[in-house]
Structures are given as structure tokens and as C-alpha cells.
Design a protein around this ligand. Structure first.
Ligand SMILES: [Fe+2]
Length: 213
């Protein structure tokens, strides 16, 4: 029998790793004591975010910042294989209490986001797409077997836990499942956008982008 090759053609790079950085109690207490955006009356079921959208500038969490930077560099250098420069544009903290989840959304004005799970005992990160690639192409309602695979599924459950880092391209829709733990789930997020030189003169694509920091 001839060997078969199934190639995940033109794929989307979702990065998920377990780091060896878990916040010590003191560090976590400091994270807990930052200023939080007061939830509105309709926000009772969703995550609460930090007032700061420049978390790493407003608060000193250098060790975590270095961990995030290290994984972001690996993602750009080894996964995307790009020479371009990517600058952190926003950073924030979100906490999700028992019974709450975060609804589907994407990250606009962002090439990719790094998410660090400062504390997570329950709840998956779910990446979703309205149509898989072949549905998108043909706009047909195919009938599937019970078990979906990476080619015909429209969602992926990423099992995350304390100390994990996930890097998600900004255009990929995602949500979280309910936190069933008595401990609030904490994430620290950072958005990145391209900066500096991009493109080539001979292709008439050359630009210089600067980010207001
Ligand atoms: Fe998000």
C-alpha cells in the first residue's frame, strides 16, 4: 500500500505551551490588587478587566513581561518565521469568577495576542470559526460523522491551566467556557502589532510603521 500524506495546508498557527513560570503568592496578591474596571449591570456574567490597558507600563511585573516576550519572540522567529518587528500595543488583566465565561470575540487592530494564565483551574479556551475551509469555499451544509477532525471542525478546545501561554492570531474568534472553580480565573493578555519596516521596494509594498507607545 502506498503511504498517504495528509498535509494541513495553509494552516493557522495557534501556539500553546506550559511555561515554568507560576506566580508566587505575593506576586499574585499584587495582581489581584490592581484597579479593576467596574462591571456594568449587564456585565454580571462575563469577565472583569483591568482599568489599565497598558498593564506592563502601569505596573511592575517584569518577570512575567520577560516570559511573555520570550514566547512572543519564539512565535515570531520560529513559527511565523518573520523578520518583522512586533510591538506590544495593549496589555491587560481579566478575571472570571465562578459561573462566568467570556463570549466569542476577536482582537481587532492586533496581529496576534499572547495570553498568560496566571490562575486557571477550570474553563477551556475555545477557538471558533463559522465555517470550516471547505464550507467556506462551497457554502454547503455538509453532513458529518460524529467525530470531527482538524480539517472539518469549526471549533477547537484548548485545555489551559495555570502557567500556560497561548498565542492567538488576532483575527481568530475565541471564547472561554464557564469557570466551574471557586477560584477566579486570571489571565494577562498582550496585543501585538507590526512596527518598523515592512514590504519591499521592488514589490511596491515598502512602508515604515511606527506605533505610538
Ligand atoms: Fe480574547
Amino acid at each position: 500500500m502506498n503511504p498517504n500524506s495528509i498535509i494541513p495546508l495553509f494552516s493557522t498557527p495557534l501556539y500553546h505551551t506550559q511555561t515554568d513560570y507560576v506566580m508566587e503568592t505575593k506576586e499574585f496578591e499584587r495582581l489581584n490588587k490592581i484597579e479593576w474596571f467596574e462591571p456594568g449591570p449587564d456585565d454580571d456574567k462575563v469577565s472583569v478587566v483591568s482599568n489599565s490597558q497598558q498593564f506592563f507600563k502601569d505596573y511592575d511585573f517584569k518577570e512575567l513581561e520577560n516570559v511573555i516576550e520570550k514566547h512572543k519572540n519564539f512565535y515570531v522567529d520560529e513559527v511565523l518565521g518573520m523578520k518583522n518587528n512586533f510591538t506590544m500595543t495593549q496589555s491587560w488583566v481579566a478575571k472570571t469568577k465562578r459561573g462566568n465565561s467570556h463570549p466569542p470575540h476577536d482582537h481587532k487592530n492586533c496581529i496576534f495576542s499572547v495570553v498568560y494564565y496566571a490562575r486557571c483551574y477550570s474553563g477551556d479556551l475555545v477557538l471558533t470559526t463559522r465555517n470550516n475551509f471547505i464550507e467556506d469555499k462551497w457554502n454547503l451544509d455538509f453532513n458529518y460523522k460524529f467525530t470531527r477532525n482538524i480539517f472539518n471542525s469549526t471549533s477547537y478546545n484548548c485545555k489551559v491551566k495555570t502557567g500556560d501561554i497561548v498565542i492567538i492570531p488576532g483575527h481568530v474568534e475565541h471564547m472561554t467556557t464557564q469557570n466551574d472553580s471557586d477560584f477566579e480565573r486570571y489571565i494577562v493578555g498582550a496585543n501585538y502589532f507590526i512596527s518598523g519596516g515592512i514590504g519591499q521596494e521592488k514589490k511596491v509594498t515598502k512602508m515604515e510603521l511606527s506605533i505610538n507607545e
